[in-house]
Design a protein around this ligand. Structure first.
Ligand code: PFF
Length: 451
C-alpha cells in the first residue's frame, strides 16, 4: 500500500488539494458578488464549524481503514451496504475533473499569452472579446486541457511519496511565497486600501440566508469535501510509532485544523491580491466568474509591470490548480488499483494512471466540444456539458457525498468516530448526526429553488 512518508507531506498534499481554483478563482468573485467583509466572516465561521468535522471525518475514515474511497466504507462497516457511496464519489470526481481540467487549461493559456505580452494595450472590451473568442476555439482549449492532464498524469506516474508528496513540498511553499509577494505588491497601490476595506470591513446588512448558504457551499468546495479525496489521503497517512487511538486521532485533528487554516489564509491572500487592484483602477468587484479572466488582465495593464504581474498571477493559478487536479485524479487511480486488486487481473499504478488519463482526455474534449458549440447535440437538458457537469457536481453530487459520509459515521459505524475526549466526541457526534446533514439538506433544497 502506498503511503506518504511524513506528516508535513500529508499536510502539504491535502492543502494542495484544497487550495485550487476554488480559493483563487471562485472565492474572490463570490466575495465580490456577496458584499465583501461580512461574507468573509461567514466563510471563516462555516469552514471551522461545518468544514472541520467533515474534514476530520474524511481523514479518520481513510486512516482507520487504510483504504481509498473504494474500500474504506466496506472495511469499516464490514458489509457492502455503503458501496453506493464509493460509487457516487467516483462518478462525482470523474465529472468534476471533466470540467476542472478545462479551467486549468485556461490558466495555462492565459499564463502563456501573458508571457507573450498579448494583453498589452487591450481595454475591457478587447479583453472580453479575447475571452469569448477563446471560448469558441475548441482546438486551443483542448490542447491546453491536454497539457494539464499530461502534467497531472506525469506526477501520478510515481508512487505517492515520490510524486504527490515531493511535488507538494516544492510547489506549496512556492505558492505561499508568490501569494504573499503579490498581496504585498497590491497593498501599496494608490487607492488599494479601498479594496482592503471592502474585504475586511463587514457590512452586516449584506447577510441574508442565501448568502449564508453560499458561504457554506463555498467552504465545502474549497476544502475538497464530499469526493473521497481526503479519505484517500487519510489512507496514505504514515503509520505512527505510537499506534494508540489517541495518537492517531490527535494527528488527524492537528492535520485537519492546520489544513483549514492554510486554506483560509490562501483565500484571504487571493482576496488581498484581487480587490486592491480592482478598486485602485475603478473596476467593479462583482464581475462574477469572468473577474479572473477579463477584469484582472485589464487591471494588470494599468500596473507598474503588467507582464510580470500577469504572468505571476496566472502562474500562481496554474500551481494551485495542478495540485488540486493531482488529488482529484489520484482518487480515480487509487479506486481502480484497489477495485481491480480483487479481480484476477489486478492493475498496477501505471496502468490505472493511463486508463484515467485516457478517460479524462475524452471527457474533457467532450465538455469543450459541447461548450464551444462545435457539436450541437452534445447537451443535457439544454445545458452544455461543462455547465451541466458543474451544476450537477457542485449542487447535487458533492452535497450528497458529504451528507453520506456524515451519516455513515454519525449513525451507523461508531468505529469510524472520534472518541478520545468526551466533550469533543459529543459535539463531533451531534455535528455529524444532525447539524451537518440538516444544513446540507437546506443547501440542497435551496439550490433546487424549493424555497
Ligand atoms: N478544493 C479544490 C478547489 O477549491 O479548487 C479542488 C476541489 C475539490 C474542487 C473538490 C471542488 C471539489 F468539490
Amino acid at each position: 500500500m502506498s503511503s506518504f512518508s511524513s506528516k508535513i507531506g500529508v499536510l502539504l498534499a491535502a492543502a494542495g488539494s484544497a487550495v485550487g481554483l476554488g480559493s483563487i478563482w471562485k472565492f474572490p468573485y463570490v466575495v465580490g458578488e456577496n458584499g465583501g467583509g461580512a461574507f468573509i466572516i461567514l466563510y471563516v465561521v462555516c469552514s471551522l464549524v461545518f468544514g472541520l468535522p467533515l474534514v476530520m471525518n474524511d481523514f479518520l475514515i481513510g486512516k482507520l481503514s487504510g483504504k481509498s474511497a473504494y474500500g474504506a466504507f466496506r472495511t469499516l462497516s464490514g458489509n457492502n451496504r455503503w458501496q453506493w457511496l464509493s460509487c457516487l464519489m467516483i462518478i462525482t470526481v470523474t465529472l468534476l475533473t471533466s470540467f476542472y481540467f478545462v479551467v486549468t487549461g485556461w490558466c495555462f493559456y492565459y499564463m502563456v499569452e501573458a508571457a507573450m505580452n498579448t494583453f498589452a494595450g487591450m481595454d475591457a472590451e478587447a479583453l472580453t472579446n479575447f475571452f469569448h473568442t477563446f471560448e469558441h476555439q475548441p482546438t486551443t482549449m483542448i490542447i491546453y486541457a491536454f497539457i494539464a492532464i499530461f502534467l497531472t498524469a506525469a506526477v501520478l506516474w510515481f508512487d505517492v511519496n515520490k510524486g504527490i508528496e515531493r511535488l507538494s513540498k516544492i510547489l506549496m511553499p512556492m505558492l505561499f511565497l508568490m501569494l504573499i509577494a503579490m498581496a504585498f505588491h497590491m497593498a501599496f497601490l494608490d487607492g488599494g486600501t479601498k479594496g482592503l476595506r471592502f474585504l475586511f470591513e463587514p457590512d452586516l446588512s449584506k447577510l441574508t440566508p442565501k448568502v449564508i448558504l453560499e458561504a457554506i457551499g463555498l467552504s465545502f468546495f474549497t476544502l475538497s469535501i464530499g469526493l473521497g479525496i481526503l479519505i484517500t489521503y487519510g489512507g496514505y497517512m504514515p503509520k505512527e510509532q505510537d499506534e494508540s487511538m489517541l495518537s492517531q486521532e490527535k494527528n488527524v485533528v492537528s492535520t485537519s485544523v492546520q489544513m483549514i487554516v492554510l486554506v483560509l489564509f490562501v483565500s484571504l491572500l487571493a482576496g488581498m491580491i484581487v480587490f486592491p487592484a480592482v478598486f485602485a483602477y475603478g473596476f467593479s468587484p462583482a464581475e462574477g466568474p469572468q473577474l479572473t479572466f477579463v477584469t484582472l488582465p485589464n487591471v494588470f495593464q494599468h500596473m507598474f509591470s503588467p507582464t510580470l504581474t500577469s504572468v505571476s498571477f496566472f502562474a500562481l493559478m496554474c500551481v494551485a490548480a495542478i495540485t488540486s487536479t493531482i488529488s482529484l485524479m489520484e482518487v480515480m487511480v487509487a479506486f481502480i488499483c484497489e477495485a481491480s486488486g480483487k479481480t484476477k487481473q489486478p492493475l498496477n499504478r501505471h496502468q490505472s494512471v493511463t486508463i484515467v488519463g485516457v478517460i479524462q482526455l475524452i471527457t474533457n474534449s467532450l465538455c469543450i466540444l459541447s461548450m464551444t458549440g462545435s457539436v450541437s447535440w452534445l447537451t443535457i437538458m439544454d445545458k452544455n456539458l461543462f455547465d451541466a457537469a458543474n451544476n450537477l457536481t457542485t449542487n447535487i453530487l458533492i452535497p450528497i457525498g458529504a451528507m453520506g459520509t456524515s451519516l455513515f459515521t454519525g449513525w451507523f459505524v461508531p468505529k469510524a468516530r472520534y472518541q478520545s475526549s468526551p466533550l469533543v466526541s459529543f459535539i463531533y457526534l451531534m455535528m455529524l448526526r444532525w447539524i451537518v446533514p440538516i444544513v446540507i439538506l437546506i443547501i440542497f433544497l435551496e439550490s433546487m429553488n424549493v424555497f
